[in-house]
Design a protein around this ligand. Sequence first.
Ligand code: ADP
Length: 503
Amino acid sequence: MIKHTVTDSFTYLSSQTLFHAIPEAMLLIDDAGHVMLSNPVAQNLFGYVENELRGMKVEQLMPSRYQEHHQHYREVYFSKPRKRAMGNGRDLVILNRSGQELKVDIALSPIVMEKGLYVLVTLTVIDRRRQAEKALLASEERLWLAKQAAALGVLDFDFKHNMVHCDERMHELWGSSPDEIMTHEKFLAAIHPSDRAIHQAAFNSAINSAGNGEYHAEFRIINPVDGTERWVVIAGQVHFESARASRLVGTVRDITKRKTLEKELQIHRAETEILFKQQIAIHTASAIAHELNQPLTAISAYSEVVLCAMEGGTFNTNEVKHALENCVKQTQRAGHRLHELVTFLQKGEMVTEELNLNAVVMDALKIVHSDGYSDFHQILQLEPNLPVVLANRLHIQKTLVNLLRNAVESMRAANVSLPAITIAVKTLKEKNLVIVSVLDTGPGIDQEIVSYIFDSFFTTKKTGIGMGLSISRALIEANGGQLWVDPDVSNGATFHFTLPFAS
Ligand code: ADP
């Protein structure tokens, strides 16, 4: 300890004496970063004696990870020296002789002397309490930021005094002023009457000392000031004292936006479902109409023949009998088709089997002939030893029948002199597919409408429904294949469909 008597003059109080007396650690550094002077507190802090510290590079007194940057900062500082704290709010760390890292605050003061520029460095070790305060401040700041970001309100329920301590956000949501004391009753009064029971159940379960004290509830609150309704979610934890709830700390979040979105989605889903059901109803009705259209047209034609004959007064009994028999046949056929359709629609699971498409083509031809569509010349180009495909027989048969009927109808409508249909079945080995093509000698499809013919309800026929091709395409696709029309429409119409090999 340096002793001076009261009679001492301050003139004798050298700067050296003051430097040694100061309770903070101090170093005098030259512009090349060398320690020129150190006081005992600094020597103690770094664990070096004065001689050792003198001439040491200041970077040696800090962890290696900071050394490179520090050199740069030091040069910058010496180019613009001024009295200031170091670190711009960052934590500063020094390294003592035993390799221990210590957090410090550092102040820098430039000193200009004859020999050049020096800087006086004052180091203060941040004590534990200050470190804890700093950490608390930082964590409070983080909490505040998190609260702001999540728009959280905080409530602290004091059961002993029947008070709910609320932060600003909580008061805002509950429509109370920040200086107002929130009681449990006021807290409950803001809850939407329809949601009070839900909230009460969650609350009762949370304050039950036999449980885990978790409090979680979603409910609406009505702002008593402006009557606005908002959805909130509360999450908290109850603390118990002698098996009695003493405190509940929790957060409140406004979830109105989420709830509104959920509701909109629900409405949208319901609307989509209605639309979907309508589509199914339309498609089912169309399929029924498609099946009935042809027999009904035939019945109507036969009935007209009978009517004409009866009106004319002179009718051939055999002809009338024949017409009426056909009416009965067509009626039975319509009934049969409806039955088939219902069976088809009722089948939830698609039954597939290994099919030889050559055989399916022959079956389809038989059906169209017996349906009265036999006025064409048929050319078959069937490949022998055809690999089998895995598909639903009824689906493929139906598609072929549709294509053949369309071909006959178009050739009939155009009064083609040589109506012919070519059916070719080939394999596309490189693609493991069987391709079936149906070509007719009709007028083909107008370029303007070719892109619409697979649309539901698209028809150019007086009595058409426009469902045949769209259903056929859906059936082929359901069996893993594709159905399309040749874009070259100059020479009749050509439809193709593919189906993958079974193996
Ligand atoms: P529709 O019951 O009206 O025949 P489709 O879906 O079977 O319904 O066919 C839609 C339209 O495609 C037909 O109205 C017709 O214009 C055209 N079309 C289909 N097949 C042929 C074909 N082979 N030749 C010419 N046009 C065709």
